[in-house]
Write a protein that binds this ligand. Sequence first.
Ligand code: HEM
Length: 454
Amino acid sequence: MDRTGQTPAACPLRESPVPLYGGLLARDPRHLYDVLHRRWGAIAPVELGPGVAAWLVMGHREVLELVRNERAFSSDARRWNAITEGLLPEDSPLLAVLGWRPALNRLDDQDHRRARHAVTETLNGIDLRRLGSAVRARAGALVHAWAADGAADLVAQYGDPLAWYAFTVLIGLPESAQGEPAALLGALAGGTHDAARAEAELMRVLHRLVARKREVPGPDLTSWLLAHSAHLTEAEVAHNLAAVLLSGGRSTMSWITATLRLLLGDARLHAAVATGRLTVTDAADRALWDGSPVPNIAGRWARSDVLFAGCRVAAGELLIPCLAAANSELLRHGAQDLGSRAHVAWGAGSHGCPAKDVARSIVETAVEVVVERLNALRPAVPDTALRRRPSLWCGTPDELPVVFNPFGPAPGTAAAPPASRVVMGVPEKRRGERAGDGGPAPQRWGWWNSMNGW
Ligand code: HEM
């Protein structure tokens, strides 16, 4: 019996699972989730590929239960019955996002706590003021490149390269590595046939970066992770960086797109932000409500057979928390009026996003520069015509073509000089020493003294 006192429905997985691949997602995923929610209620049987079954969990209460109840639901993809029963080929594009890796987002319990501790302490070392300055300088340079044209694609020519630039600075990738890994992230999230190759290529870039930072540390997340007292191996550092890029990179790009799209579609909101009656923070928060930055979380697996949302879920079955549908349900009940925090855009529980402030710093700076600089900004094509990739993991369109009043400088003139790429604060240990708590400088922070910027 389920919690309503009724006998649970026969397992609908064996009835008619909804194919969540191909064209269905390419049109309007929010509409699709609403239709599924109405048809199935809190949980729907879906297929992620031919014969690859999963549950899409859409009720707000059920999504929270799924991500918070770690005794019943695991983040460890090695439990997935599609893997244990050999249903997925090793090069399945689904594994690029849903496969296991030795990183915080794919670990449970003590192993998760160890990696999470290292990653969150390292993220906490980011100096948001410096990061904001670096992002603002790069945003200005990007706008400078097409300002005189009076037209641009705010995804390909602005949001994506800007967010990617921020991540290269954060993890310490050289400027010359720009571009290619960003395309790899897109292929990974897109889940297309080349996702496995993109994943292998991304890991090759990250392994090389980690080896170089071991030799020559710098003021970046990679060097700080290597030096962290959790003593992560080089392979663990590379995989945790991959988790940071996968969980953070695409979502930050999407959040920029979602906020700009919201402003483009709502002239009153745009005017209110442009004249200071609303802040960019208000607009960015609104964009979190429709769930588009992270429409779905990449998986939880039942630890044992369990009755969940009225359905029998077997051990090893995959469940996907659908944040977009959960937020829609709250919106239908007027929850937005209760304040911006009720949404589940950041996830919840011990795996909830550890980088909200970092993401906010990048996204708000990106949106501010557009609002400040581009006059008479308007969409170049109707919203319904925007190209999007059919993926569970991408909530925003792949393009945002706009027109605006063109302005100088004349083509060929130089942009402002680039900002410093040093965005980490002073390591905790060094701060203590500078405050006079005595003791010799620990050897492992010696490299920090050679860095410019403090
Ligand atoms: C600087 C940007 C970001 C970084 C570095 C980052 C990093 C991470 C990391 C490392 C995790 C895994 C945490 C764990 O498993 O313990 C995570 C989880 C998550 N992040 Fe972020 N993130 C960023 C931006 C965003 C944005 C913009 C959103 C959406 C608005 C977002 C939504 C989420 C969600 C929903 C989860 C939970 C995943 C789960 O429960 O499995 N993140 N993030």
